[in-house]
Design a protein around this ligand. Structure first.
Ligand code: NAG
Ligand code: NAG
Length: 409
């Protein structure tokens, strides 16, 4: 779930056009223009949205409407940068009819696509950082050498302020069709089903901006690989774990254990379902477990002005590791620190927040209880495998910055 907002980090170029090829393709992820440090209000607002998003994900998918009537026009390739989001399943781009888009946003021009089929139906999609609405259409969509002839997408005419910035035009959802608001097959799933991918896998390396005290985690760069992995970015084996559940929806794993400052913090197994989400900045979890994490960090306390957030002494380096059933993966302490509670405060705000507080997320309903975003994913090479449905993590190679606390094999 995105955004770039808290939730939408990665972007790359997507082109409405072109031919086919089968080797894995590596796409450099654009670093979002550093917009300065986000203030804490931004994280608080994004957390509120995220609570809504996961609680609503299923009903949104059911309410989506299918396409019908169509128009045709002239063909010109139109390139767009889109956010890559393993926490959603729709493709959308800002349309030339968009009234709430900023002037800098490159927009899709329906009049210059001869292959476009625009329906008279619309839908909306909710994300962690906001919401979009528009008209459902189909067109030829390519990314590098990969092409889908009839890709359903949403031509967006209305979006929440702040959902896009810079040159980014939309979101490419990389989860499964079952949760698509447009009720269509996601781009990557069509490629996998039609045998266009050498290996039915997608790999992510998300960089941390190093040595810049003002940098925040939305300033990603990195590499996205479609159809395989990039072996120069990780060392050792990829630990693949089976996804729980029968029908794939989000990319899910069960969280098995958490270590904080060297102590094991019990994970409530009834609410351990975790969405592995490149489109979310932070980590959100259920009340009891998030309380237990901060209880293991001396001097931590709830932040009254930010629902669900906690602070800890800025002099503390929180050492957390997550395990989903095998290897325990450490989180770099810098990723856990969102900055000072206020100017001059000795307390700093933590990157794990209470997601279930005030939300309608019900455990056991198939909706994830945890959302595991970039705060964790920057510390590993992550791989999303279509069949069998699995998520894998590997240690970052030294070329990719290495994984804190994990020694070479
Ligand atoms: C795309 O879908 C339309 C109807 O939805 C169909 O007429 C057309 O043949 C399809 N094109 C391809 C290339 O699959
Ligand atoms: C990894 O990605 C980089 C950057 O896109 C690319 O140049 C390189 O060839 C890839 N390496 C491997 C081993 O796939």
């Amino acid at each position: 779930m995105p955004p770039s907002s808290i939730l939408l980090p990665l972007s790359l170029s997507l082109c409405f056009l072109l031919p086919a090829l089968a080797e894995p393709l590596h796409f450099d992820l654009a670093r979002r223009a550093p917009a300065g440090v986000h203030d804490l209000n931004y994280y608080a607002a994004a957390a509120e949205h995220l609570r809504g998003k996961y609680g609503l994900a299923k009903s949104v998918a059911i309410k989506g409407r299918a396409a019908a009537d169509i128009n045709m026009v002239n063909q010109v390739p139109q390139p767009f940068s889109v956010i890559l989001d393993t926490g959603s399943s729709d493709l959308w781009v800002a349309d030339s009819s968009c009234t709430t888009c900023t002037r800098a946003t490159p927009v899709f021009n329906a009049a210059s696509s001869s292959s476009l089929q625009l329906s008279q139906f619309g839908t909306n999609i909710k994300y962690g950082s906001g919401e979009v609405a528009g008209q459902i259409g189909q067109d030829v969509v390519s990314m590098g050498g990969f092409t889908v002839q009839n890709q359903t997408f949403l031509a967006v005419d209305t979006l929440t302020d702040g959902l896009l910035d810079g040159r980014v035009s939309g979101i490419l959802g990389l989860a499964f069709s079952t949760i698509a608001s447009t009720r269509s097959i996601p781009f990557w799933q069509t490629l996998a089903a039609s045998g266009q991918l050498t290996t039915p896998e997608m790999g992510f390396w998300m960089t941390r901006v190093r040595g810049d005290p003002t940098a925040r985690e939305e300033e990603y760069g990195g590499v996205f690989t479609l159809g395989g992995t990039n072996t120069s970015l990780y060392d050792g084996d990829i630990e693949f774990l089976d996804m729980p559940g029968r029908t794939p929806t989000f990319w899910l794993l069960n969280l098995k254990s958490i270590t904080v400052q060297g102590n094991n913090v019990p994970v409530t197994q009834a609410s351990a379902l975790s969405a592995i989400d490149t489109g979310t900045t932070l980590i959100g979890g259920p009340t009891k477990d998030v309380q237990a994490i901060y209880a293991a960090i001396p001097g931590s306390q709830p932040v009254t002005s930010m629902r669900g957030f906690y602070s800890f002494p800025c002099t503390t380096k929180p050492a957390l590791s997550l395990s989903f059933g095998g290897q325990s993966w450490p989180i770099n302490p810098t990723d856990m620190n969102l900055g000072r509670l206020a100017t001059g405060s000795s307390q700093c705000v933590g990157g794990i927040f209470d997601l279930s507080l005030g939300s309608n997320i019900v455990s056991g309903g198939g909706n994830p209880n945890w959302v595991v975003g970039a705060t964790f994913l920057k510390n590993v090479y992550s791989v999303y495998r279509a069949s069998p449905p699995q998520v894998g993590f590997a240690r970052l190679s030294s070329a990719a910055g290495g994984s804190e606390g994990l020694t070479a094999p």
